[in-house]
Ligand binder design. Structure first.
Ligand code: HEC
Ligand code: HEC
Ligand code: HEC
Ligand code: HEC
Ligand code: HEC
Ligand code: HEC
Ligand code: HEC
Ligand code: HEC
Ligand code: HEC
Ligand code: HEC
Length: 310
């Protein structure tokens, strides 16, 4: 009885010993190419830390997804085969950064090549030659791979990431009239594609107006009577981020209109601000100014709406 027991125990410990040996065999024997055969375990013996492990809750650690790094060489799918580094026992600066342990030390171009090897299509189609690529940003200037909730992906936390570099946008979004971005109701990426676009200013959509129609569809028309600047570019009259004038207007009424309409018909006079009607200031200046009558300023479908009055 005792004998059998100890035999079993012996073979169990032998198995365990073989297993442990396999784990710590010299790298030359335990590799696929230069990659560690034991995947993440080759790294976690030293890196099982809170700065690293939230990655396990993300899509990148999904073995079920055949496209995921974890279907390949785990950590090394991103960090590159790192045989010298795996064997290191001290600060590994000298050995590591020759093509392995790519993040966060190599150049932006080298880092981005890794991410783009899986993510070149879709939103990233125009990454090359985009303003951000040109400014040598790397994907991880915005993305945080080792966090379970990458802040740049959610409306509430994205503005802080962008504003970290585009500080002047913070004050624009704090002006009296503004899109509710700092309030978390819409994100920079509702209007911009930070990965690159075919339009100016990294705008999402083929034209400026297309960046707006997703939410302001009623401004798309088609209108029987179109107002040229509206079909041309919304930002002729609106500051998209924020403005000190109501309705995000770039200039106060009626000056906004008089920028373009000076010599036609009644608006030809430059209205003064003195006095009150009927003796003083014209009604073109009060309240909605020109909009008192030209209320359909984005276009009209009324048969006699050619002057946008109905
Ligand atoms: C024998 C221990 C050990 C093993 C195994 C190990 N590392 Fe490291 N690694 C270190 C040490 C020590 C540092 C430097 C101090 C630190 O950042 O924790 C480091 C740093 C890093 C860094 C940060 C470099 C920097 O400049 O900030 C990365 C990335 C990294 N390791 C990835 C890996 C990957 C991927 C694996 C598995 C292939 C791995 N390590 C395996 C010990 C190890
Ligand atoms: C999807 C690609 C990807 C995978 C998979 C990945 N990493 Fe990373 N890792 C990165 C990037 C990118 C950084 C740079 C820091 C950042 O912004 O997230 C990084 C940073 C690190 C750092 C330095 C973190 C610090 O702040 O000290 C360590 C250590 C590290 N990774 C280890 C690992 C280990 C261990 C694994 C596997 C369990 C792993 N990584 C899997 C992309 C990856
Ligand atoms: C081996 C392929 C591979 C590599 C390398 C890779 N990813 Fe991914 N990534 C995936 C897969 C697969 C998904 C999940 C499916 C999807 O969303 O398309 C994903 C998802 C993402 C997501 C969306 C996460 C979410 O919660 O919606 C982001 C952002 C991302 N990756 C950024 C990066 C960045 C930045 C790098 C470089 C540091 C990188 N990836 C490297 C395959 C990869
Ligand atoms: C300037 C900041 C910024 C940079 C740089 C950046 N991203 Fe993104 N990324 C974002 C934002 C913001 C989103 C969310 C987009 C949305 O909500 O439509 C996102 C979303 C993603 C997604 C998930 C959505 C999707 O299309 O599946 C992936 C994957 C991704 N980025 C990969 C990358 C890669 C790869 C790079 C580097 C070539 C990169 N990103 C560089 C800001 C950035
Ligand atoms: C409602 C849509 C919208 C939102 C939301 C938005 N933008 Fe813009 N952004 C635009 C448009 C449209 C332009 C082009 C401006 C022009 O042509 O005058 C622009 C231009 C820019 C420019 C270049 C020109 C300039 O004004 O400096 C930067 C940088 C920019 N946006 C950053 C941001 C950041 C950062 C956020 C989020 C904090 C953001 N934008 C949110 C629509 C938007
Ligand atoms: C690491 C710093 C950094 C971060 C983070 C960043 N940007 Fe940029 N961005 C730049 C630089 C640098 C440029 C190019 C120089 C410039 O035009 O300001 C640029 C350019 C732009 C432009 C084009 C400006 C133009 O004149 O055409 C837009 C739009 C923009 N960024 C939006 C965003 C948005 C949206 C985010 C967040 C998702 C973001 N950026 C995050 C640094 C950053
Ligand atoms: C993702 C959705 C979204 C996009 C895209 C968008 N907007 Fe808006 N817009 C809003 C929301 C939400 C409000 C706030 C409505 C409110 O406060 O009641 C708003 C309000 C406005 C206002 C009125 C502000 C006021 O004080 O009443 C104007 C003007 C405006 N947007 C113009 C634009 C222009 C121009 C674009 C394109 C550059 C654009 N929007 C793109 C969602 C969007
Ligand atoms: C010729 C100048 C001009 C142009 C160009 C223009 N707008 Fe306006 N917009 C105005 C004025 C003036 C108001 C204020 C109307 C009011 O207070 O009744 C306004 C108000 C708005 C409002 C808020 C009130 C409402 O009617 O819903 C939105 C949203 C809006 N514009 C979106 C757009 C979009 C989207 C575009 C581009 C397709 C655009 N605007 C182009 C002048 C313009
Ligand atoms: C960027 C220049 C620009 C701005 C700003 C502008 N308009 Fe116009 N507007 C035009 C052009 C161009 C036409 C077409 C002129 C034509 O057909 O002779 C037009 C046509 C009109 C018409 C019809 C006139 C006609 O002859 O058919 C009216 C009414 C009008 N605008 C009112 C306004 C009002 C009110 C504002 C201020 C909210 C305004 N516009 C702002 C450029 C502008
Ligand atoms: C009291 C109402 C009223 C106000 C306020 C008003 N308009 Fe008019 N506007 C009209 C009428 C009525 C017409 C002529 C319509 C017609 O003939 O069909 C007209 C015509 C126009 C035309 C077309 C002129 C032409 O030569 O065909 C323009 C441009 C115009 N207005 C611009 C403005 C501007 C700019 C303002 C503000 C400074 C303004 N209007 C304020 C009522 C008004």
């Amino acid at each position: 009885m005792f004998a059998i027991h100890s035999k079993v125990r012996f073979s169990v410990s032998l198995l365990a010993l073989v297993f442990v040996c396999l784990m710590f065999l010299p790298e030359a024997d335990a590799q696929t190419g230069n990659f560690a055969r034991i995947g993440e375990r080759a790294c976690l013996s030293c890196h099982n830390r809170p700065a690293v492990t939230p990655l396990f809750e993300t899509d990148h650690a999904s073995r079920a997804d055949s496209r995921s790094p974890y279907n390949d060489h785990d950590c090394e799918s991103c960090h590159g085969a790192s045989p010298e580094h795996r064997r290191t026992t001290s600060m590994p600066t000298a050995v590591v950064f020759e093509g392995s342990v790519v993040f966060p030390v190599s150049t932006a171009e080298q880092q981005n090549a890794v991410c783009l090897s899986c993510h070149e299509s879709g939103q990233r189609t125009h990454w090359m030659n985009s303003e951000h690529q040109f400014a040598e940003l790397s994907c991880i200037s915005c993305h945080d791979i080792h966090q379970s909730n990458d802040p740049v992906l959610s409306r509430a936390t994205q503005p802080a990431v962008c504003i970290g570099c585009h500080l002047e946008k913070q004050s624009q979004f704090r002006q009296r009239s503004h899109h509710p971005v700092l309030e978390g109701l819409l994100a920079c990426s509702d209007c911009h594609n930070p990965h690159g676009s075919v339009t100016q200013n990294l705008l999402a959509g083929n034209t400026v107006a297309e960046a707006c129609f997703g939410c302001h569809a009623e401004k798309r028309g088609p209108f029987l009577w179109e107002h040229e600047p509206v079909t041309d570019n919304c930002t002729t009259c609106h500051n998209p981020h924020g403005s000190v004038v109501d309705r995000l207007l770039s200039t106060r009424m009626p000056f906004l209109c008089q920028d373009c309409h000076q010599d036609a018909f009644h608006p030809s006079s430059l209205y003064s601000g003195d006095g009150l009607p009927p003796l003083g200031a014209a009604q073109q200046l009060l309240g909605q100014a020109c909009l008192n009558c030209h209320s359909q300023i984005h276009g009209s479908n009324h048969p006699s709406g050619s002057r946008f009055t109905r």
